[in-house]
Design a protein around this ligand. Sequence first.
Ligand SMILES: [Zn+2]
Length: 69
Amino acid sequence: MIIGYSLSCWIHPLRDCWCCKGHGVHRPTDDNGKPRRIARPCRWCRQTGKRIRIGRRVWNHFRAKRRAA
Ligand SMILES: [Zn+2]
């Protein structure tokens, strides 16, 4: 199970930002569900729309450790 998770993190290190749905900007919707004109940059992904998965960060951590040894 852990191996499967780390494998999927290795294959798909990036995932869409949960906050802006991968757009990089927030588009608030009004009461009718229509997107407003005002869009502000997403601070969670720094406007990239992608976020590195936690498993991938752990993966990078171990790789860096091995390189140092
Ligand atoms: Zn975002």
